[in-house]
Write a protein that binds this ligand. Sequence first.
Ligand code: NAD
Ligand code: UDP
Length: 329
Amino acid sequence: ALVVQRRDKFPSFNLPRRVPTDLKKPGLRIVVTGGAGFVGSHLVDKLLARGDSVIVVDNFFTGRKDNLVHHFGNPRFELIRHDVVEPILLEVDQIYHLACPASPVNETIDYLFGISRASLVSSKVFLNKSHKTNVMGTLNMLGLAKRIGARFLLTSTSEVYGDPLEHPQKETYWGHVNPIGERSCYDEGKRTAETLTMDYHRGAGVEVRIARIFNTYGPRMCLDDGRVVSNFVAQVDGLVALMEGEHIGPFNLGNPGEFTMLELAEVVKETIDPSARIEFKPNTPDDPHMRKPDITKAKQLLHWEPKVSLRQGLPRMVSDFQKRILDEK
Ligand code: NAD
Ligand code: UDP
């Protein structure tokens, strides 16, 4: 019944691959799922700047049109409102699969943080949506990659290491994740996404790449994101190097510069308001005690390493936040 239903819905599923002539432009044709989000929109800027054609597929769950508005009118740019949990037909050369409700604040229960997020959907929706997007969304994007012979890149996360028993973490570490905890929807969702990615590579010959991103911050980050900062958006260069290179990964993309939460709070205080008072609150359940990427592999094989230190990067993000808060008023 499923096959019949799918044939009705997408009659071209069973046709051989065909690239419409009007899409044959110089440069690559690239899909970025989650391209209206924080990392995705910076990636889109980079790809368009180098001459590629970019289709963003995003349901605006946490992303914003504002992040892409400067590309409206560019004939090489297209924005599709679509939930990747549903199948989609496109013809492209590469797929950057970033779509995912990514912030842990979104995944856990609001009262733990005491943060009011009236504008965001209820946490239950997030919990369900995170896993569903990681599993069904990744499956659909891999099915698409298989059908059209596109190269597929997954943005996985340092969360696959859970609360690590190995420090720093190399890509060979299998992780220490609670499968039934409050943040497992994200951790286990991404672990499944990695498994699916390797299944499609081994089983269907899809060309795949896996990046494990460590906490990244910078302009355009969701105002109530709630993640701990550690790396500036230079991560995007790492994603492109990975997509263009010969190595499947996984690769850790992160900043090995380690600091305690108190050290971080001091830098934030210095940057924003030296008279601010630091408050201590209980941590969220299953939050990892330590995290630090070993980036030897990315340095050697992708020639990538982070460029912006916390003290350089934080003021740039703060000025972006201040501007946006003022604009919202
Ligand atoms: P973000 O929330 O800013 O971006 C995610 C984007 O995906 C948003 O635009 C959102 O609307 C879209 N999206 C979510 N569910 C969707 C769905 N079902 N269909 C279509 N679009 C959907 O987050 P980000 O920080 O830019 O993260 C991008 C990717 O990088 C995510 O896969 C995330 O897991 C990964 N990552 C980010 C970090 C980080 O620190 N920023 C760390 C590790 C991994
Ligand atoms: N899919 C899609 N676009 C495509 C091809 C596939 O969204 O161009 C989806 C498809 O609906 C399915 C998933 O990707 O749910 C996996 O596809 P695949 O052909 O690998 O799996 P199958 O349907 O054969 O189990």
